[in-house]
Design a protein around this ligand. Structure first.
Ligand code: SAH
Length: 265
């Protein structure tokens, strides 16, 4: 047993670990996440998990893509929860692998509630959320003492029934806004933010497929966002950071080593 593998408890049969896989690069997995993959009987994973991460699963582990079960294009959340419960009841050591952090826009909370209600024991392994990682690797600090004392993480896809997001109100907080799942809704979000008083010149950094070999970054202003989105220049998955923090990058760029993308991420 290596010193690193001793840091993680054994997964008990019949339990589920909700594990964050980070933004894609296997190098950004936590030690617990890597050790969990090395122990699991079954890994139930989302679409955004990089191949390099899945390659770390124990030889013989069953990899189940949660998005395609039953031939459906996109699995219903209830089906995924039921599957996790069934696997645990069958005595498996289950890793439920989710992109980034399982509790940041990842429905990990819903899955944990379903497991609790079913009497299944589980553990949560936090991950590096893409909204922070995509910025950090490109020299955009989520906070600096000069620019902001708060940061907003927001989804562009408010769940049905949860009410819409008041973008103008978020703009008035003055805090930078980091958007997840916002590619299709960027034009209306940008309009709402400008209505709330954000300057059209507010800097924006868009990072597509952060930490993967397909990564692309775009620097723009808030006013330019809708046209970029409508022209199809911004593809999903992307993180969109809006605010003065995006400007810090320019001061760091000359000395910031290029992020080394993992070949298989
Ligand atoms: N739990 C995840 C977020 C899941 S929601 C986390 O903490 O990161 C899915 C959204 O995450 C995508 O629409 C995109 O906005 C963002 N995302 C996930 N991985 C990404 C990546 N490698 N690069 C850019 N955005 C990513």
């Amino acid at each position: 047993m290596s010193a690193l593998s001793r840091l993680t408890p054994a997964i008990e049969p019949g339990t589920v670990w909700l594990v964050g896989a980070g933004p894609g690069d296997p190098g950004l997995l936590t030690v617990h996440a890597a050790n969990a993959l090395a122990q699991a009987d079954v890994v139930v994973h989302d679409a955004l998990i990089g191949e390099g991460v899945l390659a770390l699963a124990r030889e013989g582990a069953v990899l189940e893509y949660a998005g395609k079960r039953g031939g459906k294009p996109s699995a219903v959340q209830r089906d995924i929860c039921e599957r996790l419960i069934a696997l645990a009841r069958a005595g498996k050591r289950v890793v439920r692998l989710k992109g980034g952090d399982p509790f940041v826009f990842g429905r990990g909370g819903e899955e944990a509630l379903a497991l609790a209600q079913a009497g299944i024991r589980f553990r949560i392994v936090p991950g590096v959320s893409s909204g922070l990682a995509a910025l950090a690797i490109h020299g955009v600090p989520a906070t600096t003492r000069d620019t902001n004392h708060a940061v907003v993480l927001a989804t562009g896809h408010a769940a049905e029934g949860a009410g819409g997001t008041d973008w103008a109100a978020l703009a008035r907080t003055g805090a930078p806004i980091v958007l997840y799942m916002a590619v299709s809704t960027l034009p209306s979000i940008a309009a709402g933010l400008i209505e709330g008083g954000l300057a059209a010149t507010t800097p924006v950094l868009v990072v597509h497929a952060a930490t993967s070999t397909r990564e692309e970054i775009i620097e723009a202003s808030l006013a330019e966002l809708p046209a970029l989105a409508q022209a199809g220049r911004i593809a999903s998955p992307a993180i969109v950071a809006i605010g003065a923090i995006a400007r810090v990058r320019a001061a760091l760029a000359e000395h910031l080593l290029a992020y080394r993308q993992a070949a298989s991420a």
